[in-house]
Design a protein around this ligand. Structure first.
Ligand SMILES: [Zn+2]
Length: 360
């Protein structure tokens, strides 16, 4: 049984903070730094250099790293750091050792993406050869040194460096859109009507009254401020969901967030293969990435829905005058929030807007 990234993070945090690591000066210093990094509400950007130090400590160059995406040297380093060997260099595996090793493995593939003048993002890029989170992938191998080594030696990652860049660009774009959206919302009812026109275009359903519109503007303002807080907060985490790998969910999904009992305690958006697909949706490139990110953050932060289920996306038409939204339901649909933000940021071409606003 798999779990969310937040649970994986908690497991790693518990192992790093409470685990017994070998008494070694350099390991000790590194663990101290990792403890600071792993704050209770997510990675602390003030200690992001701990990730680079960890990689420096365990990564070694080898031909197999380049050609096969494996590194036995790295696997041995992780096992050593996790305390797999006694003074006589004899291996002793157990469940707690595996927890320490998986925590190090997870962090070895965690990245702080930051650029001057831009908000930062955390990207988790669990090795391609895994079909679950490191703690679950490694759990059954506790007493098997060879298999542990094989598994820890898988270093080729799920996300390429350009994909990491694209996710960061998408988040920057999303933040810029949200800022522009908040300006439009502040002007709604105050300018000559341009701002309210935008609000009505995406949220005025049949029967929406002026009073309803006023409360819609307040709901949008409060909601977009919350989303802005996350995009601004240096705590946002992007990862794929390893258990989806090789399934249709991975291919057909752009991104998702967990809800209900699985809801992440951290700020996590799961980015799947569809996110990077070209020409697969109404918008493309950075505009599509920003749309997806805003869409998902309104789910996680504001509990928006995909409403109506299976007929709620831009490519299907989300004109609020469509009877499916009767009763002020457009405001409950994540995609309407995302397209409204795109429109406020002037990011929609006439034909893209027309597609999204088509009615049956
Ligand atoms: Zn959705």
């Amino acid at each position: 049984m798999s779990h969310s990234f937040s649970k994986e993070y908690e497991a790693a945090r518990d192992s790093i903070c409470n685990g017994a690591f070998p008494a070694d000066k350099s390991v000790d210093d590194l663990i101290k730094k990792l403890k600071k990094l792993l704050a209770s509400d997510g990675f602390d950007d003030a200690s992001s250099d701990a990730l680079e130090l960890l990689r420096k400590e365990i990564m070694t160059f080898s031909l197999s790293r380049v050609v096969l995406g494996t590194s036995s040297g790295e696997a041995a380093k992780i096992l050593g750091m996790a305390g797999a060997y006694d003074t006589a260099k004899k291996f002793s595996g157990n469940a707690v050792l595996v927890q320490r090793a998986s925590a190090l493995k997870l962090l070895r593939h965690s990245y702080f993406i930051s650029k001057t003048g831009a908000k930062s993002l955390w990207v988790i890029s669990v090795p391609k050869g895994y079909t679950d989170w490191p703690s679950l992938e490694l759990k059954p191998l506790a007493s098997d040194e060879t298999r542990l080594k094989d598994n820890l030696g898988k270093v080729r990652e799920y996300f390429s460096s350009s994909q990491k860049k694209h996710m960061h660009e998408g988040a920057q774009f999303a933040l810029a859109w949200v800022q522009k959206t908040l300006i439009v919302l502040a002007n709604a009812g105050k300018d000559k009507g341009e701002s309210m026109t935008l609000v009505k275009r995406w949220f005025k359903t049949k029967g929406t009254s002026d009073t309803d519109l006023t409360s819609i503007v307040s709901e949008l303002t409060a909601g977009f401020k919350k989303v802005q807080g996350v995009l601004n907060g240096n705590r946002l985490i992007f990862t794929d969901n390893p258990p989806d790998r090789g399934t249709a969910d991975e291919t057909n999904t752009e991104a998702f967030v967990w809800s209900g009992g699985w809801k992440d305690s951290l700020k996590v958006v799961y980015i799947e293969k569809g996110f990077f697909a070209r020409g697969a949706n109404v918008l493309s490139g950075r505009n599509n990435w920003a749309r997806i990110i805003i869409h998902e953050l309104t789910h996680s932060e504001l509990d928006t829905k995909d409403y109506p289920r299976d007929n709620s996306y831009g490519w299907q038409g989300i004109n609020p005058m469509d009877p499916k939204f009767n009763g002020n339901k457009a405001i409950t649909n994540a995609e309407n929030w995302a397209y409204f933000a795109a429109d406020c940021a002037n990011a929609l071409s006439d034909s893209e807007r027309k597609t999204a606003l088509k009615t049956p």
